[in-house]
Design a protein. Structure first.
Length: 624
C-alpha cells in the first residue's frame, strides 16, 4: 500500500539551538505530532481495530460464565440472551454450552481480524515515520553550515540516523496507540469490575496508587541510564568510523593495537552502562507481579467466602478473576513500556538536538538569481573566526578582476582556506562583506551562487558509483559526449579508456582504487563539466609525483581559460605566472602584487620564495 503524502520533503523548521541540553518536552511533542500527522488516516484505522480488540478482550471471559452459571446451573441462557433461543440454541445445558462455544469462536475471529489490521497498519506507520525522519535529519544536516561540523563527531550523527531512528520506528510500530488502548481498557474494565463487585474492585484500585508512584520514579531512573547507554553506543560508532576511515594511516604507523584499545575502552564503557540499565529495568516485572499476586490472593480468599455464603456465583468469581488479571495486564504493559518510552524519549531528544541546530546559512527572502556571473570578487574588510576567541581573518580586503588568476599564499594558519570557503558562502563573515560582480553575495540565492563556483581540492573525493557518474556529479544530466570531452580536457580520458569497463568502471570507496593523479584529473573533469565562471583551486598538485603533476597542470591550464581563478599554493612554482598574488599573514593581507614585484619588495613572499628555492646547503651555510 503506498504511503500518504510524506513530510520528508517539507521545509524543516529551525528552533533555538539546543546543542548541549535535552530538548524540551513541548518540542518533542510537536516533533512527534509532525511526524504522525501525514498518517492520521492509518492511525484512525488502527485505533478502531484496537477498540474492537478491547471489546473482544472484555467479552472473552463471559462464555465461561455462561457455562458455569447458566449451562450447569440454570440450564438456560440468562434473560438478556433469551433471543438466542430463536436461532436454534435450545433451553437446555448443551444448547447453552453450544451458544457459549459459538460466542467464543465469534470473539476469537473478530479479535484476530482486528489484531491483523492493527499489526499491519502500525508496522506501516512505523516504517514510514522512520523513513521520513531519516530523510528529514539528513536533509537538515546538509543545510547546516560547515561551522556545525567543526564541533560534531560524524560517528555520533551516524548513530542518530541509524540507531535512534530505529528506536523510534520500533516504538511507533508497536507502542504508539497501545498506551491509549491500555488506558481505555483499564477504564472499561474498572467499570465492569465495579458492576460485578465493588468490594473486590476497591481492593485492586487501592493498590494502584502505590504502583503509579513506583512507576513514576522508575521512569526517571530508566531515562537517565538509557541516555547514558545511547551516549556510550555513539562513542563506539565514532571510534569505529574514525578508525576505519583512517585505516591506511593506522597501518602505516602500525597502531592497530591503539585503535583496538580505543574500541575496547568504548565497548567496556557501553557494557557497564547497559548492565546498569538492565539492573534498573529488572526491578519492574517482579514488583508488578508481587502486586498482582497480593490482589489475586485477597480476591480468591474473599470470593470463596462469598460463594460459600451464597452471595456470589462461581462464574462471577471466574469472570472477576479474569478481569483482575486483565486489569493488571495493561498496567503491567504500561509499566513495561516505561523502558521503551524512556529509550524513545532519549532518541527523540538526540534527534531534536540536530533538528534544532540553527547554524544554517540563511537565504534572504529577497535573494535573487544573479544569472551568469562575470567573476569580479571583492573582500571588503572581512573578519571571521571559527569561535568567539579564535579569530582567523581580522581585516581582509582585496579585489580580483574577471578572468584573473590569483594565488593566495602565506604561513600555515594564516587563513588561506578560510578565504576560499567564504566565496561560496560555506561560512558567513563575522564582519565585512564579500562581493561578486559588485553585489554582496548574501543577496544571491545560495544554489545559484554555488552553481557558479567550481572546485579542485587538494584531495578529490570520489563517490560510490562509476567514473562517468563521478565526472557528471558536477552537472547532473550531462551527456556521455560532454563527460568524455571534459575528461579529455582534464587529461583523464587516456587512463579511463584503458580501464576494463572504461567510463562505466566502478571506483572503490573514496576512489582508493585510483592513484592520486588519476583522482585529481577526474576532479578537474568534474569542474570542467560544471563550466563555472569562478574556479577555486586548493593546492591541487601538492601530493602528486612529477609526472602526475605535469598531467594535472596541463588539465588545469585548460580549465582556467577565461575564468576567474583563486588558487592556494604552497609550491610557489604553480603561481609564478599568476596575474596577482595575495600574501596572508596573521589574518590580514600582508602583501599583494605579481611574483616579480613581491620578490623585489623583500617581504613575506620573498622569504617564502627564498626558503623554497635556496638550496638546503646554502641555507645551512648562511645560518652558520
Amino acid at each position: 500500500m503506498p504511503p500518504p503524502k510524506s513530510i520528508a520533503g517539507t521545509a524543516v523548521s529551525v528552533a533555538e539551538a539546543a546543542h548541549a541540553q535535552p530538548a524540551k518536552s513541548g518540542r518533542l511533542s510537536r516533533l512527534v505530532l509532525d511526524l504522525l500527522r501525514p498518517y492520521r488516516g492509518w492511525l484512525i484505522i488502527v485505533f478502531i481495530a484496537m477498540l474492537v480488540e478491547i471489546a473482544m478482550s472484555l467479552a472473552a471471559p463471559w462464555p465461561l460464565k455462561l457455562v458455569l452459571d447458566d449451562a450447569l446451573g440454570h440450564h438456560k441462557l440468562p434473560d438478556w440472551l433469551a433471543w438466542a433461543h430463536d436461532y436454534g440454541f435450545g433451553r437446555h445445558t448443551l444448547g447453552v454450552a453450544l451458544f457459549a462455544g459459538v460466542a467464543t469462536l465469534f470473539i476469537a475471529v473478530f479479535g484476530a481480524i482486528a489484531t491483523y489490521i492493527d499489526n499491519y497498519y502500525t508496522t506501516s506507520v512505523g516504517q514510514w515515520v522512520a523513513n521520513d525522519l531519516r530523510i528529514r535529519i539528513y536533509e537538515h544536516l546538509h543545510r547546516l553550515s560547515l561551522r556545525y561540523y567543526d564541533n560534531v563527531k560524524t560517528g555520533a550523527l551516524m548513530s542518530t540516523i541509524t540507531s535512534d531512528v530505529a528506536t523510534i520506528q520500533s516504538f511507533a510500530s508497536s507502542s504508539t496507540l497501545d498506551i491509549v488502548v491500555d488506558l481505555i481498557t483499564i477504564v472499561f474494565m474498572v467499570g465492569l469490575m465495579f458492576w460485578l463487585d465493588w468490594d473486590f474492585t476497591l481492593i485492586a484500585v487501592g493498590f494502584t496508587p502505590f504502583l503509579v508512584v513506583f512507576l513514576f520514579h522508575f521512569k526517571k531512573a530508566v531515562k537517565e541510564v538509557t541516555r547514558t547507554v545511547r551516549a556510550r553506543q555513539s562513542d563506539i560508532v565514532a571510534v569505529v568510523q574514525e578508525g576505519l576511515g583512517s585505516v591506511r594511516a593506522v597501518k602505516a604507523f602500525g597502531r592497530q593495537d591503539l585503535e583496538v584499545a580505543h574500541l575496547e575502552a568504548a565497548s567496556h564503557a557501553t557494557v557497564e552502562a547497559v548492565l546498569k540499565a538492565r539492573q534498573v529495568k529488572s526491578l519492574l516485572s517482579p514488583m508488578v507481579n508481587i502486586v498482582v499476586a497480593i490482589c489475586t490472593g485477597i480476591v480468591l480468599w474473599k470470593g470463596t467466602s462469598l460463594i460459600v455464603a451464597g452471595t456470589m456465583t462461581a462464574g462471577a468469581l471466574t469472570v472477576y478473576l479474569a478481569y483482575l488479571s486483565k486489569f493488571f495486564k495493561p498496567v503491567k504493559d504500561l509499566a513495561s513500556m516505561t523502558s521503551a518510552i524512556a529509550q524513545t524519549t532519549v532518541a527523540l531528544e538526540r534527534i531534536q538536538t540536530i533538528l534544532s541546530a540553527d547554524d544554517i546559512i540563511q537565504e534572504r527572502a529577497d535573494a535573487t538569481d544573479p544569472g551568469r556571473l562575470k567573476g569580479a570578487i571583492t573582500f571588503d574588510h572581512v573578519a571571521f573566526g571559527y569561535g568567539d576567541d579564535i579569530p582567523v581573518l581580522r581585516n581582509v580586503s582585496f579585489s580580483i578582476e574577471p578572468g584573473q588568476v590569483v594565488g593566495i599564499v602565506g604561513p600555515t594558519g594564516s587563513g588561506k582556506s578560510t578565504v576560499l570557503s567564504l566565496v561560496p558562502r560555506f561560512y558567513n563573515p563575522t564582519s565585512g562583506r564579500v562581493l561578486i560582480d559588485g553585489k554582496d553575495i548574501s543577496t544571491y540565492k545560495l544554489a545559484s551562487l554555488r552553481s557558479q563556483v567550481g572546485f579542485v581540492l587538494q584531495e578529490t573525493v570520489l563517490f560510490r558509483g562509476t567514473i562517468r557518474e563521478n565526472i557528471a556529479y558536477g552537472r547532473p544530466g550531462a551527456t556521455d559526449e560532454e563527460v568524455i570531452a571534459a575528461a579529455k580536457i582534464a587529461n583523464a580520458d587516456e587512463f579511463i579508456s584503458r580501464m576494463p569497463h572504461g567510463y562505466d568502471s566502478a571506483v572503490g570507496e573514496r576512489g582508493d582504487t585510483l592513484s592520486g593523479g588519476q583522482r585529481q584529473r577526474i576532479g578537474i573533469a568534474r569542474a570542467v563539466i560544471r563550466n563555472s565562471p569562478i574556479m577555486i583551486l586548493d593546492e591541487p598538485t601538492a601530493a602528486l609525483d612529477t609526472e602526475s603533476e605535469r598531467l594535472v597542470i596541463e588539465g588545469l591550464e585548460r580549465l582556467m581559460e577565461g575564468r576567474t581563478v583563486i588558487m592556494i599554493a604552497h609550491r610557489l612554482s604553480t603561481i609564478v605566472d599568476a596575474d596577482k598574488i595575495i600574501v596572508l599573514k596573521d589574518g590580514v593581507v600582508a602583501e599583494e602584487g605579481s611574483n616579480d614585484e613581491l620578490i623585489a619588495r623583500g617581504g613575506v613572499y620573498a622569504e617564502l620564495h627564498r626558503v623554497q628555492y635556496e638550496p638546503a646547503v646554502a641555507r645551512l651555510t648562511s645560518a652558520a
